[in-house]
Write a protein that binds this ligand. Structure first.
Ligand code: AVJ
Length: 315
C-alpha cells in the first residue's frame, strides 16, 4: 500500500472509531489515535519527565543487561520491533547484538518509520533495515523477505502491551509467536504494580505534558474529522482502576456541552468522561502466566533494583 492511500484508510478508520466510541455509554476512544505526529512528539517529552519513570527505568535495565540480552537473542538474529520508537532502546539492543542480520521496525506512522529506518542505517552501517508499514494491533503478516534466514526475535518495549485490552494483548502475543516461528523469541517490557501515588503522578505530571498529550486527541478530531472540540473545555484525569490493574486516562467535561463532528452532535453531561487510554500494570507471575496461555514461556527476566519495571525474555 502506498503512503497516501495508507493515510486515507487510516482517516476512515479514525472516523469510524470516533463516531462509534463517542456513542458508547462510557465514551471511549482507542488509544492508538493519541499517536499522530503531535502526539508522538508529546509522548517523547513525557518520557523525559521526572514523574514518568517507565522509559528511564526500562532503558537502564536494557543498558545494564545488554550483553545477556544479546546472548538470549543469539548471533545472526533478526530483531523485529513492534512500533518504531524514538530509538535509544533499539540502539542499545541492536548495538549489543552479535552480527545481527536485520532490523525490522513496524509502525503505522509512515514518516516516523522512515526516519527510524534512516537513522538505524546510519548508526549501523551494513545492517539490513526493512521497515514495515502496519498497525501491529491488527492482524498482519510479515513480508517473506523479512523471514529468510536466522533467528527472529520480536522486540516490544515500553509496556505498550499494557495499552491493549487483555483480549487484544493475548491475540497480539499469539501473532508474535507466529511471526517469529518455533525457533523465535521475544523481548517484552512490562510495567509493574507499585504505589498508586507513583503510578498516578507518572500519568498526571506537574508540567501538564500528559494533559496536553491526552487533549491532543480532541485537536486531532478537529484537524482530521472537522470536529468542533474546544480542547481546553476538557480536563485531563488519571485514575487507578483496581479491577483492571490499570492507570486510565480520561478527558472530563466540566460542563454540559454538545460538540459537533462532521454534522453529528455529541452531548456531554457535566463530569462525563471520554476514556482515552489504559496502561495495565503487571505482576511478574501474572505476566508469565498470561504469556504462557498465549504461546510463550518466560526464559529470562531482567528488572531494576526497585522492581518498578520488568523486561521478559520469552521463547
Ligand atoms: C505508550 C505504553 C509507553 O502507557 O505508559 C504515557 C503511553 N500514556 N503517558 C504508557 C502513555 C500516557 C505509555 N506507553
Amino acid at each position: 500500500m502506498d503512503a497516501a492511500l495508507h493515510e486515507e484508510v487510516q482517516r476512515d478508520a479514525f472516523r469510524l472509531d470516533v463516531l462509534q466510541g463517542l456513542g458508547l455509554p462510557q465514551k471511549s476512544l482507542p488509544s492508538r489515535w493519541l499517536y499522530d505526529a503531535r502526539g508522538c512528539e508529546l509522548f517523547e517529552r513525557i518520557t523525559t519527565l521526572p514523574e514518568y519513570y517507565p522509559t528511564r527505568t526500562e532503558t537502564a535495565i536494557l543498558r545494564k543487561h545488554a550483553a545477556e540480552i544479546a546472548r538470549f537473542c543469539g548471533p545472526g538474529s533478526n530483531l523485529i520491533e513492534y512500533g518504531a520508537g524514538a530509538g535509544i532502546k533499539t540502539q542499545i539492543v541492536v548495538g549489543a547484538l552479535e552480527s545481527p542480520r536485520s532490523y525490522v521496525p513496524i509502525d503505522i506512522a509512515v514518516g516516523f518509520l522512515e526516519l527510524t529506518a534512516a537513522r538505524l542505517r546510519r548508526q549501523f552501517a551494513g545492517l539490513r533495515v526493512i521497515p514495515v508499514i502496519a498497525d501491529f494491533t491488527a492482524d498482519f503478516s510479515l513480508p517473506p523477505r523479512v523471514l529468510d534466514g536466522g533467528r527472529h526475535v520480536a522486540f516490544f518495549p515500553g509496556s505498550t502491551l499494557g495499552n491493549l485490552s487483555p483480549q487484544e494483548a493475548g491475540l497480539f502475543l499469539q501473532r508474535l509467536s507466529h511471526h517469529v516461528g518455533p525457533q523465535g523469541a521475544a523481548i517484552i517490557g512490562g510495567d509493574l504494580h507499585k504505589d498508586v501515588d507513583v503510578l498516578l503522578a507518572a500519568y498526571d505530571d506537574a508540567a501538564g505534558i500528559t494533559a496536553q498529550f491526552n487533549r491532543n486527541i480532541l485537536a486531532r478530531i478537529n484537524r482530521e474529522l472537522g470536529g468542533q472540540f474546544s480542547p481546553c473545555q476538557f480536563r485531563h484525569v488519571a485514575r487507578w482502576n483496581p479491577l483492571e490493574a490499570a492507570v486510565e486516562m480520561h478527558l472530563e467535561s466540566p460542563i454540559d456541552q454538545v460538540v459537533g463532528i462532521g454534522g453529528k452532535g455529541f452531548g456531554f453531561r457535566r463530569g462525563e468522561t471520554i476514556h482515552t487510554e489504559s496502561s495495565r500494570k503487571y505482576e511478574i507471575r501474572g505476566f508469565s502466566q498470561f504469556a504462557r496461555r498465549h504461546g510463550w514461556r518466560t526464559l529470562r527476566l531482567w528488572t531494576d533494583a526497585r522492581r518498578r519495571f520488568a523486561v521478559f525474555g520469552l521463547i
